[in-house]
Design a protein around this ligand. Structure first.
Ligand code: SF4
Length: 417
């Protein structure tokens, strides 16, 4: 049987796409290879959000070229988020470069035949675990934030049919899945006929079974009171929201083409916390955006101190060709971006530790994800990482854990027997 090696870069959406790639390959009798060296087919599912991912893929192509010299029958495929200019750059290094939307063409390419064109979201995925499933409910984005390549690589936003999503989740719950992640670049602008995102959440919550619902990434502009109420009333929706703010300064937000002000963002957080007091919040931040002054960066620090995020994904700005911001002068030095990143991480680690200490002594539900050395690792409903001792046959199960200690990025506990 031919073997494939699949390397995934980027976000959960890409991970979910890779599950579809694996699904289509295994349907065509390919088996996974544990190493690139033993594969007949090498696939790279790429991410274009940062230049560093593209540079790493360039590094991988050197290894692929060497392997192809040893065995010319090896085929290499590039898919995922790829900008046109990168496609040109990679053209000589891959046998096939396809948009993720064209995934159904892959079997045809492998067998030298034309294949039936079907939307890639209709391809059956091979889920990576037996307890957590990523379900894309929308793909693409219409927002054109000035720094982001997604609208160029994934195209316009399209929602899947609600009926199809519900069917997929029902079948997963029958197979005992415990955690359902709803994915979309702008997940809360989902709409299928009359069904909007809050209604979809309500429908999923009504599916009988013991499971958690999570979603990412919502856009603050589409976070309605109706959505807050639905989450508050849904037992299965967990107490964790990733709410990207990107900057703590109104002028920078405007340059980023994020259509809200700081006041609007803070009001939203206030409304969320009023309805769901236990809600944990994480965010995305870009430091060193073109023209970001020290004063404007300090406004981001102020916001972090005020909101007291539980987690933040901080990136140092890098221009992506084709985006609006790439035409702006990238005038914050690399050294200064590093400094801002470190300062913000320090502030975050203090608030996160303080938030985590609130858990000490509590007994909470945990979904166990893996075993590392002697520890079981899991997540709480509020998406806190937690470690404790226990048997690996508990992986994929809900257990009760008593919290004994807190760190900035996680909790320590003991299993309640
Ligand atoms: S909302 Fe903005 S940052 Fe998010 S995918 Fe769309 S364009 Fe990119």
């Amino acid at each position: 049987m031919p073997k494939y090696f699949l390397k995934t870069y980027g976000c959960q959406m890409n991970k979910s796409d890779s599950e579809r790639i694996a699904g289509i390959l295994e349907e065509n009798n390919y088996k996974p290879a544990s190493d690139m060296k033993e594969a007949d087919l090498i696939l790279i599912n790429s991410c274009s959000i940062r230049q560093s991912a593209i540079d790493r893929i360039w590094g991988q192509t050197k290894i692929i070229s060497k392997l192809k010299i040893q065995n010319p029958k090896i085929k290499a495929v590039l898919t995922g988020c790829v900008l046109k200019k990168d496609k040109r750059k990679f053209k000589e290094r891959f046998d096939l470069i396809i948009d993720i939307k064209e995934l159904s063409k892959l079997p045809g390419f492998l067998k030298n035949k034309t294949s039936i064109n079907k939307h890639y979201l209709k391809i059956k995925p091979k889920y990576e675990t037996s307890f957590r499933a990523y379900i894309p409910i929308t793909t693409g984005c219409n927002n054109f934030c000035s720094y982001c390549v997604v609208p160029y690589t994934r195209g316009k936003e399209v929602s899947r049919q609600a009926k199809e999503i519900i069917c997929e989740i029902e079948s997963l719950i029958k197979r005992n899945y415990k955690e359902i992640w709803l994915l979309g670049e702008n997940v809360n602008s989902f709409r299928s006929g009359k069904i909007d995102f809050p209604k979809l959440l309500e429908m999923i919550n009504n599916i009988p079974g013991n499971f958690w619902i999570r979603f990412t990434s919502p856009h603050p502009k589409d976070f309605s009171n109706k959505l807050i109420n639905t989450i508050a009333q849904s037992k299965k929706a967990t107490e964790y929201i990733h709410l990207p703010v990107q900057s703590g300064d109104d002028k920078i937000l405007k340059k980023m083409k994020r259509p809200y002000t700081l006041k609007m963002y803070k009001d939203l957080v206030k409304r969320i916390r009023k309805s769901i007091p236990k809600m944990a919040l994480s965010t995305d931040i870009i430091v060193g955006f073109p023209g970001e002054t020290i004063k404007q960066f300090e406004n981001t620090i102020k916001l972090f101190k005020e909101i007291k995020f539980d987690m933040a994904y901080i990136s140092q700005y890098s221009a992506r060709l084709g985006t609006l911001s790439s035409k702006m002068e990238d005038n914050v030095s690399h050294k200064e971006k590093e400094r801002r990143d470190l300062v913000l991480t320090k502030v975050l680690s203090k608030t996160a530790l303080k938030n985590n200490k609130e858990y000490i002594g509590k007994k909470i539900e945990v979904l166990i994800e893996q075993k590392k050395k002697t520890f079981l690792m899991g997540k709480t409903r509020s998406y806190k990482s937690i470690r404790f001792k226990g048997n690996k046959n508990l992986i994929g199960k809900f257990v009760k854990v008593k919290i004994l200690g807190a760190l900035p990025w996680g909790l320590k506990g003991e299993l309640i027997k």
